[in-house]
Ligand binder design. Structure first.
Ligand code: 13P
Length: 247
């Protein structure tokens, strides 16, 4: 799966041009494994545009409940509007909005209750990376985020080293592959029915380095920030994925 995270970007006019360009660059079968998460205010625009296709339109965040929570939306609202997946625990949410494992776990429960696929984002800081603590950090993020009260049937994880986000720096693809194997093992042992998650890589993915990542067996796709804002580059990444994964 290749997922675009538009973060706080986009406007009605630009989005429309993006959608037109993207749609013309890919054949219909490529849409089966594309997800786009625009801002909440543009969700409906994108969902309407791609209504007749298999492109999944998701959200970047929800809150655990609705009602008197100014500025937030609930999973129930997202679901009613046709949301199929949602990012949870992105490092920008953890850093800027102080989100912790307890809240992230509740968000995952709330999404599952409303039939929305969560994409759990995890990743280590540069200091943790340098100190050799990456695996410990990822393991604790996974354990604290998996809801205790739910039996998961599937889970998508996005491994995003914080130091690779928006920096143009990436870990070696083989290193990412070995971390993804580790993540799959941890999730398998931490879930009641031993699910093996799909693991996406995120952090400065573009159409030049994408083939290095997709050549690796345990890299099941990408979560793309900056490069997804350009429809041509994002379509190139989808095409590279399709070619290398032979799907
Ligand atoms: P960049 O692709 O801009 O590094 O962002 C990655 C990201 O944070 C996707 O969620």
């Amino acid at each position: 799966m290749i997922v675009a995270n538009w973060k706080a970007n986009g406007d009605i006019k630009k989005n429309y041009l993006w959608c037109e360009t993207f749609q013309n660059l890919l054949d219909k079968s490529s849409f089966n494994y594309v997800g786009i998460s625009p801002s909440h205010i543009h969700f409906h625009q994108l969902n309407t545009f791609f209504k007749e296709t298999n492109v999944m339109i998701g959200m970047q965040d929800i809150y655990i409940e609705g009602g008197a929570i100014t500025g937030s939306i609930s999973a129930e609202m997202a679901s009613a509007d046709g949301c199929s997946f949602c990012l949870v625990g992105h490092s920008e949410r953890r850093e800027i909005f102080n989100e912790d494992g307890n809240l992230i776990s509740k968000k995952i429960s709330s999404l599952l209750k409303n039939n929305i696929k969560p994409i759990l984002c995890i990743g280590e800081s540069f200091e943790e990376h340098k100190a050799g603590n990456t695996r410990d950090k990822l393991k604790s993020q996974i354990i604290e985020s998996i809801p205790k009260s739910y039996v998961l049937n599937e889970l998508i994880i996005a491994y995003e080293p914080i130091w690779a986000i928006g920096s143009g720096k990436t870990p070696e693809a083989e290193e990412v592959n070995s971390i993804h194997e580790f993540i799959k093992d941890v999730v398998q042992s931490a879930t009641a029915n031993n699910i093996v998650p799909k693991v996406l890589y995120g952090g400065s993915v573009n159409d030049i380095n994408a083939s290095d990542f997709f050549d690796e067996d345990s890299i099941d796709g990408a979560l793309v920030g900056g490069a997804s804002l350009d429809a041509n580059i994002f379509a190139n990444i989808v095409n590279i994925y399709k070619r290398l994964k032979k799907i």
